[in-house]
Each structure stands twice: as C-alpha cells, then as structure tokens.
Design a protein around this ligand. Sequence first.
Ligand code: UGA
Length: 437
Amino acid sequence: MLRISVIGSGYLGVTHAACMAELGYRVTGLDIDADKVARLNAGDVPFYEPGLAGLVEEHTASGRLRFTTSYEVAAQADVHFLCVGTPQRRGQDAADLSHLDAAVRRLAPLLGHDCLLVGKSTVPVGTAARILEAVSGLAPPSTTVDVAWNPEFLREGHAVADTLAPDRIVLGVVSERSEKVLKELYAPFVDRGTPLVVADLATAELTKSAANAFLATKVSFINAMAEVCEAVGADVTRLSEGLSHDPRIGDQFIRPGLGFGGGCLPKDLRAFQARARELGVGGALSFLGEVDAINTRRRSATVRLVREQCDGELARRRVAVLGGAFKPGSDDIRDSPALYVAEELSRSGARVVVHDPKANQNIRRHHPSLTCADTVLDACAQADVVVLATEWAEFADIDPAVLGAVVSHRRVVDARNALDAEQWKQAAWTYRALGRP
Ligand code: UGA
C-alpha cells in the first residue's frame, strides 16, 4: 500500500493527513514546529475544525497517522503532498512561496526511491513547473521524482466532510505514471463517481485560482447590488432571493453582508492578479481589483452604520461586536471582516467588546487592544450599539427582549443580514442592516 507524507500541518495539511489515514493509508504529517507536532501526536488539534480532532485522535492512536519534524522520516513515503501555506507577501499582492520552496529544498535531496510530489497549496500558475525543474536538480540522480498538482477545494468549517466527499478531483500531471498513482490513491472517491478532471500542471493550478476568484466575484456582485439598494431604499436580501431561484445563478455565495475574508479568498484574489500582470495579461483580471474594492467598502459601510447609530459620534461609545472569526464554524481570524470593523471602531474612540463562540483565544492573542467577553450578555452589557459581524447560528437565536435588558440602547447593526429584522423591531430595537432600507 502507498505510504503518504503530508508536508505542512496547518488546516489543509492536518485535514488531508487525517483523511488519508481514514481511507486506510499510513500517513506521516510533517511540520517544522516541534510544539505543534507534539500536540498533534497526542491527538490534540491546535485549531477548531469540526470532526478533525476525533479523526486525529483515532488515527494517531491506531498508529496509522503520526507527525514528525524530520524530513528524513517523511522522505520514506511514496507520495508526498505539499500542503504548506502560501500567504500574501508583506506589503505586496503576490504570494509568498518561501515556505513551499524551503520544503522542496529540504525534501528533494532525501528522496532515496522513485516517488511522487503532489502540490495541494494554492500557488501562482507556473509554480509546479518551476518545482519540477528544481526537483530534478536536487533529488539524487538515481531516483525518479514526478511532480503533480492536485488543488484543494475544502472550506474551513467543513474541511473533513469536503475532503472525504469532494465534489471533484482535479489532477495536473506530466506523466502517465503519476496519473495512475493518483487515480489509485483516490480510487475510493473515483469509484463512487466523484468527477475527475485530468489536465496539465498549469491548468490544474489555474483551476484553483479561478474557483476562488469566481466565488469572491459572486460575493462582491451581491454586495455591489447592496450598494445600489442602499441608494434607492431597496432590499438586497429579497433581491438575492429573487436571483437564487434561477438555477443558472443558484443560491450559494450570493449572501449579502460584510463580505469575504479569511486566509484564502482575499489573498488568492490578489496573488492571481499579480501573476496575471507578470504574465502580461493583467487587463484580463483587472475586474478582480474592483471585486476586492467592493468587498473592502462593505467594511467601511458597516463602520459608517455604527457611527450613524451613535448619532455620528463614536468616541467613548460602547459597541458590542458579535463574532470575530472570518466566518461561522471556524476559529480562524485571518483577514476577518468582523475584526477589521472592531479595530476600526476602536481606533475611532469607541469602547469595543468582542465575543466569538470559538475564536476568543485567537482574538486575545492577536488583537490585544480589543477586549473580549466570554458570553454574548457580557459583551453587550451597557452597549450603545450591538453589531452582528459573523453569523454564528447562536447569534440568530438571541432573544432581542432578553438582550434588550442588558444594553444601554437598543440599537443593532446586522452586518450579515442574519437576524430576524421584524422580531428585533418588535422588541423596540432600532435595526439597521447593509443593503436594506
Ligand atoms: C474558500 C473556498 O470556498 C474553498 O473552496 C477553498 O478551498 C478555500 O477558500 C481555500 O482556498 O483553501 P474558505 O476560505 O474556508 O473557503 O471560506 P468560504 O466558505 O469560501 O467563505 C469565504 C468568505 O466569504 C467568508 O468570509 C464568508 O463569510 C464570505 N461569504 C460567503 C459571504 O460573505 N457571502 C456568501 O454568500 C458566501
């Protein structure tokens, strides 16, 4: 049976490693962070992802999954998945590929038998071909190392389900041998009818960039409609519903509100444009600059609504921000629209208290200037305005009458269009939302 290594133990790497173990493979997960490796080997996942801790615990206990800091150990595998982060370069649009390049430089010279390197990280098109060339110079001359690209489409918060039941598998390959190995590896999915798209390396890399750009465009499209609705007093939530029944449009990714954030969509959108400019086709993707700008404007529109709710003056006003994660179901706060708003309100002099059901620990660590509360009621005590910034299900269940008893003023800004407006108005709240009258 194929032995697998997964290089990089972040959201993507740990999920992929645990799910490959679940399929029955022997998997070695690698990370350069020894603390993280020790925690993972004890079955402890250092971030919140539904269902993942159970899988890691089960398979580290069974011995099918182990984590290591040793490239020598990882190099024993037959298939190596590259799952390291490709964040945005500081102060630039382009992706930072230093972790990926470092991983290849460390691994390739240790590859003592024929094997396959498979990239899963989101990368600028052309990276796989560059890695293929680099590997042929770094690996021992006696071994054949193939390179393939197999982009990942999992969503945080649904990572395990998306990996164990993918909606498609995209393979970028340069040899029949690597196509055969990957088809064999993914046979449990392919055999039950998961669509498989086999392409060249560049097409596989581009498919991922295009998918995230398309999703971001859908969100910004509906948020552009929200801006127009605001100008005429129309209701973007009804507009979205009206669009959604057209099967060509569908009902997903047209939820209007504070817009997209996280470790993927915003940076991938920028890296894709940067790469297109390098390739001399920047004009083809220039609309993505507008997609990004629409998204950012929703953040300032939210701050503006809160200011209006405070009669134009934010200084010393108490604002409760419900939600800090970039989306519900996750404790990830990277490029979180909710925290952007919280920080901006705080800079304007407001006394901001944030509460998130899962992300409080991350918020306290990375946003020390913000105050965090452990419960919704604590966050909202004496609040002049309550802002719903991440649509956790439990926030939609809040009883506005109960919350009304602890705030100073019953004013709410529903930045995710997630609350029942009528219910809140009936409980004597002044209700404001993005894109609605
Ligand atoms: C995204 C893609 O959906 C995945 O397919 C991809 O694999 C992943 O990036 C990645 O590149 O690794 P993710 O970042 O986990 O996944 O989050 P999404 O569920 O896509 O949500 C992104 C943002 O869009 C969130 O901030 C969410 O609140 C926002 N959003 C989403 C909206 O504002 N409106 C919508 O209708 C949908």
